[in-house]
Design a protein around this ligand. Structure first.
Ligand code: F6R
Length: 261
């Protein structure tokens, strides 16, 4: 795992956008995995800016959502598809039919989960998966105790995650759905490159556990330790509980120029 400690959230966005751009420029039909929430927002803004400047096209790209709430009608402002449309897809030239997400309103959620896995496989798998981390160590909506081999399926959110996400529901925790469909940890681990982004002091605990703690289903983000190409890009406040921060800084500063993130 590579740990990159940056001096600002803006630098996180620059480095993450560089990785996305390199993928798009080097691949015929790139496939992105998109996280929602606050962590990737500045990266999406940077990608939009590069597109507007004519530096980046998403015309050959397809994109898969990490997760979706169950029961929010299409177009609901807090639905993850709506979020990605507003914060990213509408502002770039990603083809309309190239944005995929699990249908949280399906009347057969088990079937929908299997079908979503098949859609990812039909696209050739996800090349680069953007991730954030929850305060309880979740990735996607794989809450603690999620199987590290899990596939896309229905999960129940913890009260802590529902409280964290109430800000997207007018601070009304009761409006946050209890259930979600999420790519499994095993699904996420099959992406070619995992890029976990985190900024701010509130991420310091889960980041330290994910990087330096044991691999455990109780901290689903620790599964990144099993992946051959996982990059964690964080700012100083999110790095403050790491025991080996000096080593990560030194390794990144002395990286051979040909070796990208
Ligand atoms: C979002 C997702 C979640 C978030 C995590 C962190 O699609 O799957 O795992 O990445 O809850 O959320 P933020 O970035 O809002 O702190």
């Amino acid at each position: 795992m590579e740990v990159v400690i940056t001096s600002s959230p803006d630098e996180i966005a620059q480095l993450a956008a560089d990785a996305v751009q390199r993928l798009i420029e080097s691949t015929d039909r790139p496939v992105l995995g998109l996280a929602t929430g606050s962590s990737p927002l500045s990266t999406y803004r940077e990608l939009i800016e590069r597109h507007r400047d004519g530096r980046l096209t998403f015309a050959r790209t397809s994109a898969f959502l990490l997760d979706e709430y169950v029961g929010l009608p299409p177009g609901h402002p807090a639905a993850y598809r709506t979020f990605i449309e507003h914060e990213f897809a509408e502002h770039v030239d990603l083809p309309d039919d190239a944005l995929y997400g699990p249908d949280g309103c399906s009347d057969d959620l088990a079937h929908e989960s299997v079908a979503y896995e098949q859609q990812i496989a039909s696209a050739g798998g996800i090349d680069l998966q953007l991730l954030g981390v929850g305060s309880d160590g979740h990735i996607g909506f794989n809450e603690p105790a999620s199987s590290l081999g899990s596939r896309t399926r229905l999960k129940t959110l913890t009260d802590a995650t529902r409280a964290d996400n109430a800000r997207f529901f007018g601070d009304d925790v009761d409006a946050v759905p209890r259930h979600v469909l999420t790519q499994g940890v095993g699904t996420i681990l099959e992406a070619g490159h995992l890029l976990l982004l985190a900024a701010g002091e509130s991420k310091a605990g889960p980041i330290a556990l994910a990087i330096e703690g044991p691999v455990t289903a109780m901290v689903p983000a620790s599964a990144l330790q099993l992946h051959p190409h996982a990059t964690v890009i964080i700012d100083e406040p999110a790095a403050q509980a790491l025991g080996h921060a000096d080593y990560y800084r030194e390794a990144f500063a002395n990286k051979p120029p040909w070796q990208h993130i």
